[in-house]
Design a protein around this ligand. Structure first.
Ligand code: GLN
Length: 534
């Protein structure tokens, strides 16, 4: 097994995740089996309970782990299914160590960061076996120098001692700063950051330097000399036109070549033909269509990262550029909807928790339903579409989800029986991949082109079967059910040009070269409406 560790320096937000994901794809295209992993220094056990406005979306894996959004980049770029062991926070590590201590697992010994915490970190790194992968690519979140990340850096230093230095590559991603005005590039912060790593016993092999301006030969030589890396291993990582161009830029710079050489991996150059073609269509002239994304975390677009990417992917395959109008659901009302949603050829309400902004989402669903505008409801967005239909078509004025109104006499969305009485917040929802059967003749069945699908879930509340018959009779049809028929996974309104609500999160399974069928169908419907309206 070979190990690639990626750390960041100078500042955060340099796109280490994209770098790790891009390298993963390049190595995969060289015929290697890769497994990406992310270590996060914060103490939360997982990102499941973290505020999306602070931390961005929670990405859910097939096996139901609530993970960092970088896992989404890994899955979209590398297209390999990740697991619970792919996203590990300090909290998860300490949780395991402390539980073991309580169970007497340390036999009365003094429990310490070194070796016990570092052993636990390495256990996660070594959990990937030779028959699963050839290369583990592990990204360490945060910036070198942070107190919290030190145990991770110590652990990855030890990996070289455990497994042999020739089997490990350390990649550091620093920022090369540019002086405002003169535009001169400066390498000093990079040098300092490498010095910091060296003080922890890690000599980086490769520097992937984030920079807006191309690195001059001069600065490249300087960085190589002062940081003790080969000039060929000073890789420039300039700002790309699109995220998906990054693997191509890094390949051109020789990143994967350097990694393979350092690790003694003999493999052919990556075949990026298909990826290249995809990037080509991203950069080609495309018609534009605007869709509204109505949610309460719209102030941080990363809170809906996978949804936005899925719309983007659907657009690529349809030769269209999807412009997202970010609509704050707290500001949307039935009265101002015509103005705020004017010009939108599709309305998407994504997932969310808590009652804030719900009435705005219901207004969006009503607007879409009554005006024949394509509507795509995801998880909470499906739930609000059911509430809207119950209120405005069936006339149940107090219809609601018991999440928002426990007293409603028409709780059309209600807690799942196994959730009643659950008070713990983390990891207690219906999580991960569940099977779903699609009804013959439904839109979903036609779009998926399959009878059985598996999609990822993350929610507590469900469509309430007490109201299923009346909602169905009124025209909101459950077209996707759990195999035993008890859980409604999809609702459709066949009287409407395109109205689909799904209880799961399709956005986690869209790939740039393989858009999700529901997103593709939604964007296609939006384009159709745009054409009709001229
Ligand atoms: N809050 C809703 C529930 O728990 C929807 C969750 C979501 O949209 N992910 O069921």
């Amino acid at each position: 097994m070979k190990y690639v560790f990626i750390t960041g320096g100078v500042v955060s937000g340099l796109g280490k995740g994209i770098c790790a994901a891009s390298l993963g794809r390049l190595l995969k295209q060289r015929g290697l089996r890769v497994r990406n992993q992310k270590f996060d220094p914060y103490l939360n056990v997982d990102p499941g309970t973290m505020n999306p406005l602070q931390h961005g979306e929670v990405f859910v894996t097939d096996d139901g782990a609530e993970t960092d959004l970088d896992l989404g980049h890994y899955e979209r770029f590398v297209d390999e299914t990740l697991t619970e062991n792919s996203s590990i926070s300090s909290g998860k590590i300490y949780w395991a160590v402390l539980n073991r201590e309580r169970q007497g697992g340390y036999l009365g010994g003094t429990v310490q960061i070194i070796p016990h915490v570092t052993e636990e970190i390495k256990r996660r790194i070594y959990a990937t076996t030779d028959d699963e992968a050839d290369v583990v690519i592990a990204e360490i979140g945060g910036t070198v120098g942070d107190i919290e990340s030190q145990p991770f850096l110590e652990a990855i230093r030890q990996v070289a001692a455990d497994k042999g230095r020739q089997n490990v590559v350390y990649i550091h991603v620093p920022l090369v700063v540019q002086i405002p005005g003169s535009g001169e590039l400066k390498s000093k912060p990079t040098q300092h950051s490498v010095k910091e790593l060296l003080s922890l016993g890690i000599q980086p092999d490769i520097l992937v330097c984030r920079t807006d301006a191309p690195l001059t030969d001069d600065i490249r030589r300087k960085i190589a000399l002062f940081c003790n890396v080969e000039p060929a291993c000073v890789i420039q990582n300039t700002t790309a036109r699109s995220l998906y161009e990054v693997p191509l830029l890094l390949e051109r710079e020789g990143l994967d070549e350097a990694v393979c050489r350092k690790l003694g991996l003999r493999c052919p150059p990556p075949d990026m033909t298909e990826w290249q073609a995809m990037v080509h269509s991203i950069h080609a002239e495309r018609r534009c269509v605007t869709v509204a994304l109505v949610g309460k975390y719209t102030a941080l677009h990363d809170a809906y990262l996978s949804v936005a990417e899925s719309l983007f992917h659907a657009g690529i395959s349809l030769g269209a550029r999807v412009d997202i109008r970010w609509v704050d659901s707290e500001l949307l009302t039935p009265d101002n909807a015509p103005g705020m949603l004017a010009g939108c050829c599709g309305i998407l309400v994504p997932g969310g928790f808590g009652g804030r902004g719900i009435e705005g989402m219901i207004a969006a669903a009503a607007y879409a339903r009554t005006r024949g505008i394509p509507y795509f409801g995801i998880c909470l967005g499906m739930q609000v579409s059911v509430i809207e239909f119950a209120r405005n078509v069936l006339g149940w004025a107090d219809a609601n989800s018991s999440e928002f109104d426990p007293e409603s006499s028409h709780p059309v969305i209600a807690l799942m029986p196994d959730q009643v009485g659950v008070t713990a917040k983390g990891g207690t929802m219906r999580l991960g991949r569940c099977p779903c059967l699609l009804a013959q003749g439904s839109r979903s069945r036609a779009l998926y082109g399959a009878e059985e699908i598996g999609e990822r879930h993350r929610h507590r509340y469900e469509f309430n079967n007490d109201f299923r018959a009346e909602l169905t009779a009124a025209g909101l049809i459950p077209t996707g059910l759990s195999p035993d028929g008890t859980l409604v996974e999809i609702v459709e309104n066949p009287a409407h040009p395109w109205f689909v609500g799904v209880q799961f999160h399709p956005e986690f399974k869209s790939r740039p070269n393989r858009p999700h069928p529901l997103f593709r169908g939604f964007v296609e419907a939006a384009l159709h409406l745009q054409e009709q309206e001229g």
